[in-house]
Design a protein around this ligand. Structure first.
Ligand SMILES: [Ca+2]
Ligand SMILES: [Ca+2]
Ligand SMILES: [Ca+2]
Length: 201
């Protein structure tokens, strides 16, 4: 983000390096809004007001559950113009940023846990391999860990076979892949497509 004036920025991440001169941040250059459950993991260039999370921030901005990879961003603070960092902003090492515990303990809603919610917005199957991703970025048939479509996902899918009354908001734990309201042959076709698509890669 270049500038965020007053919006709530929720559940997002940024991995692209940032270059420029002034007011540079891994997630936002200039921010006067609120940020919840976001992380950047990138290099931050520039000469002044550089922050792992935000280059420049208003003092009234509220941050909650935000992290940034301090190992990659280098020796800067989380918010360029505010020291120390406000509550809800924490720099972490790369290995901590690739660890489920870091995010779970901050209340992030992940797949395969219910304590932080059942929307299951985030997903990180294995520590130390990657940063967390957003669940919607994964193949529709890749319901469960480990990453990739396999028989574990198929068994999960089979549990919902011929289930009816799946709504758009609670789509039978995503097994109603085409959102038709029913788990049937057309979902199985989509499941198979995902499986084959993955094997052809
Ligand atoms: Ca959850
Ligand atoms: Ca899987
Ligand atoms: Ca369906």
């Amino acid at each position: 983000m270049g500038k965020n004036y007053s919006g709530l920025v929720l559940n997002c991440y940024a991995l692209g390096d940032v270059n420029g001169t002034n007011k540079l941040g891994g997630l936002a250059g200039y921010n006067t809004g609120d940020v919840t459950n976001c992380y950047p993991a990138c290099e931050v260039g520039g000469t002044s007001d550089r922050g792992g999370l935000a280059g420049y921030s208003s003092f009234s901005s509220v941050y909650s559950g935000c992290f940034w990879d301090s190992q990659i961003a280098g020796s800067i603070s989380g918010i360029g113009n505010i020291a120390p960092d406000p509550p809800g902003v924490a720099g972490k090492s790369t290995s901590e940023m690739m660890s489920l515990t870091t995010f779970i303990s901050a209340g992030w809603d992940f797949v395969a846990e219910d304590d932080n919610g059942r929307q299951d917005i985030w997903r990180l199957c294995k520590d130390g391999v990657s940063y967390p991703g957003l669940y919607f970025e994964f193949l529709a048939a890749d319901f469960l860990c480990p990453d990739g479509v396999d028989f574990i996902d198929f068994a999960f899918f089979a549990d919902y076979w011929l289930k009816e009354g799946c709504s758009a908001v609670n789509d039978c734990s995503r097994s109603d892949i085409d959102f038709s309201g029913r788990v049937d042959e057309s979902d199985l076709a989509e499941f198979s497509d995902c499986w084959l698509l993955q094997s052809s890669k």
